[in-house]
Design a protein around this ligand. Structure first.
Ligand code: 4LI
Ligand code: NI
Length: 184
């Protein structure tokens, strides 16, 4: 079982690498890694398990965050519109995105960042993501709102990008151009 000890923190070089494509069909080892990542995210949202193992709640995790430089991510959450998202995705790719941006008014957090970094993180308001799921099926997801933000945050990890790289240095709470908040 994965715990917070398996999560690498900012400053670790793996978080700044461009992660490697995963050969398909995925090996049993890669599949197992991704299953463990998804289970960690689910556990982190279970009050009892999270308390017992001191897990910080999250909705998404990218493989580089457990020191595996491969293009895999796990997400598990209910969006503001009550839709459930639970995926382990291999080689996810944003194939198209809106011009409009969005952001969380409360900012973003990251399991690899043990401090509060205030500010708006501009994200595309709508994205289409293609990838391969845990069963080896190709998936195409049309995402908006919080879901679009979470997938962009996790795909950024696969490219060595941290959420705070996107925050305006001079004015962290400057309203991004062309943007409406996702959570208002
Ligand atoms: C408890 C049980 C307020 C502050 C609101 C908590 C179950 C922040 C928001 C959760 C914020 C669950 C989250 C992310 C933000 C803030 C992630 C609480 C866990 C809300 C997830 C990846 C950014 C994702 C909306 C600094 C660890 N998650 N909140 N951002 N939740 N959670 N991110 N922003 N301000 N981070 O963090 O998993 S994309 Cl589900
Ligand atoms: Ni993160």
């Amino acid at each position: 079982m994965l715990t917070m000890e398996d999560i690498v923190r900012e400053g670790h070089p793996v978080l700044r690498e461009v992660a490697n494509e995963v050969p398909l069909p995925p090996s049993e080892e890669d599949q197992k890694t991704l299953e463990n990542m998804l289970q960690f995210i689910k556990n982190s949202q279970d009050d009892q398990i999270a308390e017992e193992y001191n897990l910080r709640p999250g909705v998404g995790l990218a493989a580089p965050q457990i020191n595996v430089s491969k293009r895999m991510l796990a997400v598990h959450f209910v969006d503001f519109d009550d839709k459930q998202y639970s995926y382990g995705l291999i080689n996810p790719k944003i194939v198209s995105h809106s011009v409009e941006k969005t952001y969380l008014t409360s900012g973003e957090g990251c399991l690899s960042v043990d401090r509060d970094v205030p500010g708006y993180v501009p994200r595309y308001a709508r994205i289409t993501v293609k990838g391969t799921d845990l069963d080896g099926n190709e998936v195409k997801l049309r995402l908006r709102g919080f879901a679009a933000i979470v997938f962009q945050h996790e795909i950024d990890h696969l490219n060595g990008i941290m959420f705070y790289d996107h925050i305006n240095k001079d004015n962290p709470f400057k309203e991004p151009e062309n943007a409406t908040p996702a959570d208002e």
